[in-house]
Design a protein. Structure first.
Length: 154
């Protein structure tokens, strides 16, 4: 299952759940190799980097509707979501068939792929060791947000 940690991080805002206090977060511009890094044959190195990138601007399109959370568990391994990965989740995006979503169902958070049919929705794992979760009109269910980016450590 998926758990929301103590802090929601929002572009340039950090809101502590216990107190509701908002604190500004500074932009961070880092050097960026615009031409890309070759994963095949080596390419000539740039003598210097003259471009910077702000990862907030690159990955967060709707700041007031975006938050971060970590994956807990291995039900989405086949989709490339591993235990401990950091997810960027956008609450403003529409829930569509096939999208990976953070959902609240019957009192718990989970991250799964959406399979939407006429009168029912299934939360589909990406690991054969787990079964789909059937969502119908009797379920206490909410699509919390759509996963837009996965950040991994190597």
């Amino acid at each position: 299952m998926f758990t929301i940690q103590t802090f929601f991080l929002i572009l340039r805002m950090e809101i502590t759940i216990e107190t509701g206090i908002q604190r500004p977060v500074q932009s961070l511009y880092l050097p960026y190799v615009e031409s890309g890094i070759s994963a095949g044959f080596p390419s000539p190195a740039n003598d210097f980097l003259d471009i910077a990138i702000d990862l907030n601007k690159e990955y967060i399109k709707h700041p007031s509707a975006t938050f971060f959370a970590r994956v807990k568990g291995n039900s989405m391994l086949g989709a490339g979501l591993n235990d401990g990965d950091l997810l960027i989740i956008d609450r403003s995006l529409e829930a569509k068939n096939g999208k990976i979503a953070v959902c609240y169902i019957d009192g718990e958070f989970t991250v799964k792929s959406l399979k939407i049919e006429k009168d029912v929705c299934y939360l589909m794992p990406a690991n054969e060791a787990y079964k789909p979760i059937r969502v119908d009109s009797e379920s206490n269910f909410l699509v919390w947000g759509i996963v837009t980016t996965v950040i991994k450590k190597v």
